[in-house]
Design a protein around this ligand. Structure first.
Ligand SMILES: Nc1nc2c(c(=O)[nH]1)N(C=O)[C@@H](CNc1ccc(C(=O)N[C@@H](CCC(=O)O)C(=O)O)cc1)CN2
Ligand SMILES: Nc1ncnc2c1ncn2[C@@H]1O[C@H](COP(=O)(O)OP(=O)(O)OP(=O)(O)O)[C@@H](O)[C@H]1O
Length: 176
């Protein structure tokens, strides 16, 4: 299957970098993200709490929260669904089912308030097509936030000419 071949290729490319060098590469990407007019204008933003092989977001989450924005993070609640919870500081994060830190507390349910969603991906193309980790969590979730500006972020080596898609994939407005 095309998607799995591209996932394998991306695992190989990532393998050429140490965790430290991925962290360093993240700095410029996060700088661009924080300078983005859509993000600056937004009050309610969904981000993700990065895994070691993703663009590092832990400090950006803190910074956006510190300037008074509402930052929402995903929590995996079952095999298919995410729930969003407000970030309320590092102390209320706990390790969830997929080894990702998630806020504890009540779910955020007023999805129509979400202005920007920053979406992680395994690979993206210039048309905003996205390859995820293959469980469909984001594709299902993104259907519920049609009004949100969807901003994909990844390392440069994850950008390819063409990401294979099917009808359930939700494209990004932009990839940085
Ligand atoms: N940082 C981050 N948070 C996220 C996602 C993500 O991609 N990145 N998700 C995007 O969907 C959702 C969680 N879904 C996930 C789906 C698959 C894997 C994953 O591939 N995990 C590893 C090993 C985990 C395990 O099974 O123990 C793997 O399967 O190789 C992780 C998260 C919501 N939160
Ligand atoms: N909206 C949806 N409703 C039901 N099933 C879906 C939906 N979106 C995706 N799926 C299913 O989820 C599985 C994974 O899809 P796909 O490979 O496109 O995931 P992905 O985009 O790589 O992952 P993710 O969205 O979790 O980052 C597929 O079997 C797909 O059919």
């Amino acid at each position: 299957m095309d998607k799995n071949i591209l996932r394998q290729e991306m695992i190989q490319r990532k393998g050429q970098f140490t965790a430290n060098s991925l962290r360093e590469l993240s700095l410029a990407i996060i700088a661009r993200l924080l300078a983005h007019p859509r993000l600056q204008a937004a009050q309610t933003i969904m981000l993700y709490h990065s895994l070691p092989d993703e663009v590092y977001t832990h400090d950006a989450i803190k910074q956006l929260s510190a300037v008074g924005k509402q930052v929402l993070l995903p929590a995996v609640i079952d095999e298919e669904h995410l729930e969003l919870r407000p970030y309320q500081g590092e102390n209320d994060l706990q390790l969830g089912a997929m080894n990702i830190f998630e806020p504890v507390g009540a779910p955020f349910t007023t999805y129509e308030q979400i202005e920007v969603v920053v979406v992680p991906g395994v690979s993206f193309d210039a048309n905003g097509n996205r390859l995820g980790r293959g469980r469909g969590y984001y594709d299902r979730f993104l259907l519920q936030v049609p009004q949100a500006y969807k901003l994909g972020i990844c390392f440069d080596f994850q950008k390819v000419a063409h990401v294979p898609t099917d009808s359930s994939d939700v494209p990004m407005h932009e990839v940085i």
